[in-house]
Design a protein. Structure first.
Lengths: 327, 309, 330
């Protein structure tokens, strides 16, 4: 099956500082892909770059294809048809994601007018239907309200409704629940997964929260310092991480049940993008780093069916994991 | 909503009372008008008669109350210089001032706002840098320096335009240019930073992400938001229509309200000064009120707050 | 269990809030009859969503704001009135760290100077000794004197939080209130700071009040956990036990909402409705409009926090334990 989206060698630099350094990623139709990583790892930039949403001074290179058609450098009119049409995106901060001076109707109908052959009453009816789908009660009346009259969770629901306006094949959700309380986060994630099932829509869930990604995605890619360092089916990644950084991330997460253990904190900090170490960017923090790690950045290489890792010490790392497990 | 504006109107009235009081106090305390008008050589009995005629011998609080009750009745006093009603003197100067400030206001808006928007949309470009440099110059160069500079170039060196007076429309060009350039610079700077602030907001990215063409993102998402802070500075500029040209009118000997004010202050012509101050306060306060109404119109968050009351 | 260092007895705090600029003011009960006891050397974790009153509780415990009613006792003595000499002496023994270390630090001063500041204020030791103490504190939070010479802007988020911690420890406090201290940090850095806090607590015998919305972090660091909802404690118990067997429907939903790697979302309890608004507190049990198990009684009668066995206390009409006396329905 040909992928819905395929990204190859995607690189981004701001003012000469590389923040994305060669990302390869493919996404199948209807698939849910998780993208995890800490701040500055490039997980949001990947998709902003893919959709041409980065500021003008960003230097973007590589290739992003949607159903085989190249998006990078595509004419503005074509990108505008893709954005909000075939690919929709929702963002983290619900409080400022909607235009404060426009009514919900205006913002929702704008998306409908752009991507659907609807007019007049049909647009309004569809707007009401979308609000119903995302669980905004009393949709008819609420359409004429302004964003500040809704709570954070409701605004995120409206954002989802707006994203659905173009019947997208892919929804990119960039930290959609980070700013929300735990019980509201659960509501939004539930809504996203039920919508995805019903519309057989593919989803990219970008999150710093391993738990959120693990529960809601089929496949997960872990990013570090502008690269994907491990990619695997969700259950396998969390049961058996191979890259030392992925292992570190999972070990750093306090368990909610079972015996308490000391957290395996990763020493040091994320490297400064302007001062990237030669070779593997994780080597300076890596317990398994050896001399060759400093020579060349390892590329993402398959290690099993559906699994790939960018680590020349992957095998050693695997042994170390078994050693830990044997304790 | 009604209460929201009632409070605003009340506050505006209070501002006017404070301005009038301030003017009264400062002017009465800064020198004896009788001496100023009649000169130090005047015989004492003439001075005494003058003081009596103008009520200058009454206790200061009495003069103050007197003054207020007169204003309440619409009597703004007479000029101590030629005995004509002060309001008449002021009103007959207003057209001359508006002949400068109104076109200048139009030019400020027509130049400043598009320049600011363009600079923000092309941040870092050569045009942005040029606009910003001009804006900083407009900000820092005092208007009398700019006025003299323009006179030097266009009147003295090139001889294209007259350097002062009010005989033809050509006389108005340099004063209007002086007023427009400074104001346009301020407005451009302000609009640019308001636009940049708005363009960095997440909802702009949301609009792009749903496929709104960039031109429409700017016109229907960015501009309505950037208009909110810009209206503040516009309101301020409307407030200066009457008396914002004091310096320029003096430099170009343009017989407007500003020059009248300068002369009246120099002569301690209290009634005229107070009349002008009251007028300035009125325009300022009115334009502020209009700004408040516009805020309510532009920003639904404020409207909602008003509606709660 | 040792004697409590900090005892909080039925504290309440309400604010008057105006709806809109000229709206009528309504009383918001931020904290409503909260009682806690934190044994010496232990950690009490306070969890809840926004509007639960957990941060206000922390501020009252620290004496940063007075309770409207109720009392805070520190080391057996009631908190002195703010400003008094006794209050200052007490305050030197208790410190606070916040979520945003950059906001807590002065950008214009080297961080070592800021660690030293409390020593100068409280006149601890000779100047030379203070220098040595600053180096010692930097070591304690696993930083070097080179880090101390830097300005806050030149440090990473995790390093800044360590500096804030070092400054809080300067006066050798017995009690530390931590309000979301690791929420702004990335997971790997969060683990560093959590480990550091645990180590320092063991070394220095610190007593902690740890406020967070993150159940995982709270469980990792706490002995006792209290769950707050709209200004009241709805459940309190030992950390491991509470998360393993939550009794209150709200705690159950919270635990269930916490995503876990290796578990799919099937069977999660998803609460309906928006997060509660402290200005419009429902009658009866404040949780009843969102509670999947609410009965008629919940809408009329406020449940009282009562022991249900072990050291667990729950405020819910539907949860009854062996020690609970049955009260008549109102």
């Amino acid at each position: 099956m040909s992928p819905l989206v395929s990204i190859e060698g995607l690189s981004v630099a701001f003012n000469g500082v590389p923040v994305l350094r060669g990302v390869d990623l493919a996404l199948g139709k209807g698939e849910a892909l998780g993208l995890v990583g800490e701040s500055g790892s490039g997980k949001s930039v990947t998709w902003l770059a893919a959709l041409g949403l980065l500021p003008r001074h960003a230097r973007v290179s590589g290739s992003v294809r949607l159903d085989g058609r190249e998006l990078l450098g595509a004419p503005a009119a074509e990108l505008d048809r893709v954005r909000g049409g075939r690919v929709a995106m929702i963002f983290q901060d619900p409080a400022s994601a909607l235009n404060p001076v426009l009514t919900i109707r205006k913002q929702l109908c704008e998306a409908l007018a752009l991507h659907r052959d609807l007019s007049g009453e049909a647009v309004k009816a569809e707007a009401r239907r979308l609000l119903d789908i995302v669980g905004i009660p009393d949709a008819g009346r609420r359409l004429s309200a302004y964003p500040h009259e809704f709570s954070g969770g409701q605004v995120q629901r409206i954002m989802i409704a707006m994203a659905l306006a173009g019947n997208p094949d892919l929804l990119i959700a960039d930290e959609p629940t980070t700013a929300l309380d735990a019980t509201i986060q659960a509501q939004i994630l539930e809504l996203l997964s039920s919508i995805r099932r019903e519309m057989s829509m593919a989803m990219v869930l970008i999150s710093h929260d391993l738990g959120v990604v693990a529960e809601n995605c089929d496949r997960v890619a872990v990013m570090y310092a502008g690269r994907i360092i491990e990619e695997a089916p969700a259950n396998q990644l969390f049961a058996d991480p191979v890259h030392p950084y992925a292992q570190g991330l999972i070990g750093a997460l306090p368990p909610l049940d079972g015996p308490r253990r000391r957290l395996t904190a990763i020493p040091g900090t994320v490297p400064d993008p302007a001062n990237m170490p030669d070779g593997c960017a994780f080597a300076p923090r890596c317990a398994l780093a050896a001399e060759p790690c400093g020579l060349a950045a390892p590329s993402l290489a398959p290690i099993a069916n559906d699994r790939a890792v960018a680590c020349i010490r992957a095998e050693a790392s695997r042994r170390a994991l078994l050693g830990i497990a044997a304790e | 909503m009604g209460r929201y504006f009632a409070i605003r109107i009340g506050r505006a009235a209070l501002t006017i009372v404070l301005v009038v009081t301030f003017a009264f106090v400062v002017l009465r305390l800064s020198g004896d008008p009788a001496l100023m008008i009649l000169g130090p050589e005047a015989p004492p009995e003439v001075i005494a008669a003058f003081r009596k005629a103008w009520g200058l011998d009454d206790p200061i609080w009495f003069q103050y109350l007197d003054y207020f009750s007169a204003i309440a009745k619409g009597e703004l006093g007479r000029s101590m210089r030629d005995g004509r009603p002060a309001i008449e003197l002021v009103l007959e100067r207003i057209p001359a001032t508006l002949a400068l400030t109104l076109p200048a206001f139009v030019f400020k808006v027509a130049l400043g706002i598009p320049a600011g928007i363009y600079a923000a949309l092309h941040r870092g470009s050569a045009i942005d840098r040029a606009v910003m440099m001009t804006a900083v110059a407009g900000f820092t160069v005092p208007s009398f320096v700019l006025a003299l500079l323009l006179v030097l170039v266009f009147a003295v060196q090139l001889g294209w335009l007259p350097s002062g007076g009010q005989d033809s429309w050509r006389h108005a060009i340099l004063p209007i240019a002086t007023l427009s350039l400074g104001g346009a610079a301020v407005l451009a700077r302000f609009t640019r930073s308001a636009m940049l602030e708005v363009l960095g907001q997440p909802y702009i990215r949301t609009a792009s992400a749903k496929g709104v063409p960039w031109r429409k993102v700017v016109t229907s998402h960015a501009l309505p938001n950037a208009a909110i802070p810009t209206v503040t500075i516009l309101g301020f500029m409307v407030g200066t229509l009457i008396a914002g040209a004091v310096v320029v009118e003096s430099v170009f000997s343009w017989p407007g309200v500003g020059r009248l004010l300068v002369v009246a202050v120099a002569n301690r012509d209290l009634a005229v000064v107070q009349c002008i101050l009251l007028l300035v306060a009125l325009t300022m306060v009115t334009s502020n009120l209009v700004v408040d109404f516009l805020y309510g119109f532009l920003d639904p968050r404020l409207r909602a707050r008003g509606a709660h009351a | 269990m040792s004697a409590p260092l900090v005892e909080v007895a039925a504290i309440s705090r309400s604010y008057s809030m105006r709806s809109g600029m000229f709206g009528r003011s309504t009383a918001v009960h931020a904290v409503d009859g909260v009682s806690l006891a934190i044994p010496k050397g232990e950690t009490l974790g306070l969890v809840g969503e926004s509007g639960s009153g957990k941060s206000t509780t922390g501020r009252i415990v620290l004496g940063l704001e007075p309770p409207d009613s109720g009392e805070v006792r520190f080391d057996g003595k009631p908190m002195a009135a703010p400003g008094a000499a006794a209050w200052r002496a007490q305050r030197a023994r208790m410190q606070m760290i916040f979520q945003d270390p950059l906001g807590a630090l002065d950008r214009r001063l080297p961080v070592a100077t800021q660690i030293r500041e409390p020593l100068d204020i409280h006149g601890v030791g000779e100047p030379a000794e203070r220098e040595e103490r600053v180096r010692e504190l930097l070591r304690a939070v696993e930083l070097t004197p080179a880090h101390g010479a830097r300005y806050p802007g030149a440090l990473s988020g995790g390093q800044r939080q360590r500096i804030v911690l070092a400054r809080a420890l300067a006066t050798k406090p017995d009690f530390l209130v931590c309000d979301e201290p690791v929420s702004a940090l990335d997971v790997s850095i969060q683990a560093q700071v959590v480990n550091l806090l645990t180590d320092l607590q063991a070394q220095l015998g610190l007593t902690l009040l740890f406020i967070s919305h993150d159940l995982r972090v709270v469980r990792q660091i706490s002995n006792i956990v209290a769950v707050m909802y709209l200004g009241r404690i709805v459940e309190i118990g030992s950390a491991d036990d509470l998360f393993a067997r939550p009794e209150h429907p709200y705690t159950q939903a919270l635990v269930s909402a916490s995503p876990a790697p290796g578990r799919r979302s099937a069977g999660r309890i998803v609460l309906a409705g928006d997060p509660p608004n402290p200005a419009a507190r429902p009658r009866g049990c404040a949780f009843h409009p969102r509670c999947p198990r609410a009965i008629a009684r919940c809408a009329s009668e406020v449940p009282v926090l009562s022991a249900v066995g072990g050291n667990r206390q729950v405020a819910c009409h539907l949860v009854t334990g062996p020690q609970v006396e049955t009260r008549d329905a109102a």
